[in-house]
Design a protein around this ligand. Structure first.
Ligand code: ZN
Length: 494
């Protein structure tokens, strides 16, 4: 009897600890040192799934890509015996070790990234401030096995340091985070230091801020008010917090803001935003930094709650996001009527009209959006404004682009389905009660320049083009319906 019991227990144990489940686990330990802030010491413990160690894509302009910053890399087996490693091109290494035995990999990451040029800016890479260090996951992690789950990251921090990241903390150990997969590892942003962290919650959604330098912390109230105002505006507009697709769930977004001697820039990776703001920035830089934040934030709805089926609607995803960003900045009183119109004409219209693609390329060529920002982001915005004016004018301001946003949010939120260009055209036609085929064929699918100066007068504005500039002002005498449309243009909700 006793023997049977023993056998049962053993087989039970064997079944519940299947070797392949154990093999999944990988633990990274990252140690920071306040006296040598420019070196992160990383240790990874795992059983290899194959013989290749690799870093994420990117840094293509450097011969060794992300491995440029990796030093003192070595691996040992469970008994501490060295494992032979061979460096391969493109930030990869081959290890000569059995696949069923645990290994310990150690390496240093030197925070020298600011010594190099980066197309997208240092805000999407890694940097140090007087208060700590910022890393993107792709600069920090050497990975193994494509589909690895059960990843943990343990931070060893100097006293008074903290870490801001999107990952959730493992309940029993304060410094250990659980990471869903390699993608969440590589797409992470991490700020570690004595920075200021605060968070804003609405229902199940949390926005976590890391303010990474003194100048930014001095402006904490400004950022907090701006974030709360923009968040509440988007929630009121849409009718709820973001509703992501089941395959890309998120409840949190991280925003890292630091100051920089000469740059104002922003970058989004996964559900993280990184913003650098030039010290002693002029008003334009300040506007741009707030614009970047509010723009990326709106993508949680337009982009992640409702998603385009193809690249031919990038103009809608990016352009309408620009339009709602501008509205949000007006509604939180960062912009007033004059600065709103000024930003619209002197930034967005100027970027549009000076884009060499205007008149030769269709804005539905979403794959051109980085080469032709003015055409896709700027033109898409102007197309959105024109359609909003058409709908508001046709319905005595009863209907607007807001209705289309809400209907897309409710139809596609929490689902894997996506909207199409045909659906947008149909919906806009239904909202204004007029077939919009000519508009779409001419300005969206065609290459004709959008005559925005013909649509803005519907909002009681004087609009003209002089020497390639869009000149805007309020009409002296606005009819009441024009006044209401203008308020809608500025973001007022019904
Ligand atoms: Zn965008």
């Amino acid at each position: 009897m006793k023997r049977i019991f023993t056998i049962i227990v053993i087989s039970f144990l064997f079944l519940s600890f299947k070797p392949h489940q154990k093999d999944e686990a990988i633990t990274y330990t990252i140690a920071f040192n306040r006296d040598n802030i420019n070196t992160a010491k990383v240790k990874a413990e795992f059983t290899p799934k194959d013989s290749i160690l690799f870093m994420d894509y990117g840094a293509d302009h450097l011969e060794k890509r992300w491995a440029t910053f990796i030093h003192n890399i070595k691996a040992v087996n469970g008994e501490g015996k060295p494992i032979t490693m061979e460096e391969l091109p493109d930030a990869k290494w081959k290890i000569h070790a059995p696949l069923n035995e645990k290994i310990v990999l150690t390496y240093d990451v030197h925070l020298d990234h600011e010594d190099y040029e980066w197309d997208g800016g240092i805000d999407g890479v890694a940097y140090a401030t007087g208060m700590g260090v910022f890393y993107t996951g792709r600069t920090l992690f050497i990975m193994n096995g494509e589909y690895r789950k059960n990843i943990e990251v343990d931070f060893q921090l100097p006293q008074n340091w903290q870490v801001t990241t999107l990952w959730s903390i493992k309940s029993d150990v304060a410094s250990v985070y659980r990471v869903r997969d390699n993608n969440d590892l590589a797409k992470a942003m991490i700020f570690a230091g004595t920075h200021k962290e605060f968070s804003i919650k609405r229902d199940d959604f949390e926005l976590v801020f890391a303010l990474g330098s003194t100048e930014i912390i001095n402006d904490e109230a400004t950022y907090r008010n701006l974030a709360e105002g923009v968040l509440d505006y988007y929630i009121a507009l849409m009718g709820g917090i973001p509703r992501p697709a089941p395959e890309d769930p998120f409840k949190k977004m991280v925003v890292v803001i630091s100051s920089h001697p000469s740059i104002t820039d922003g970058e989004v990776i996964g559900n993280n935003i990184s913003i650098l703001i030039e010290k002693d920035a002029d008003q334009f830089s300040k506007t741009i930094s707030r614009f970047i934040f509010a723009h990326e934030f709106f993508h949680l709805w337009n982009g992640k709650s409702f998603r385009p089926a193809g690249e031919d609607t990038e103009w809608f995803r990016e352009g309408l996001t620009n339009y709602y960003t501008l509205k949000a900045l007006h509604q939180v009183e960062f912009l007033n009527d004059e600065s709103y119109l000024d930003f619209l004409s002197n930034f967005f219209y100027a970027r549009y009209i000076n884009d060499p693609g205007v008149g030769t390329l269709s804005m539905s060529k979403g794959e051109e959006k980085h080469e032709h920002w003015g055409l896709v982001y700027g033109g898409g915005m102007l197309a959105g404004i024109a359609q909003d004016m058409i709908i508001r004018n046709a319905t005595n301001n009863e209907k607007s682009m807001d209705d289309l946003m809400r209907s897309l949010y409710f139809k596609y939120g929490n689902s894997s389905d996506a909207y199409t260009l045909e659906e947008l055209q149909r919906s806009m036609s239904v909202l204004s009660g007029t077939d919009q085929s000519d508009f779409f064929n001419s300005y969206i699918l065609g290459t004709n320049k959008i005559p925005i100066e013909n649509y803005l007068p519907l909002a009681g504005l004087n609009a003209s083009i002089e020497n390639g500039n869009l000149i805007l002002s309020k009409k002296e005498q606005q009819r009441p319906e024009q006044q209401r449309i203008m308020e809608g243009l500025f973001g007022a909700l019904k």
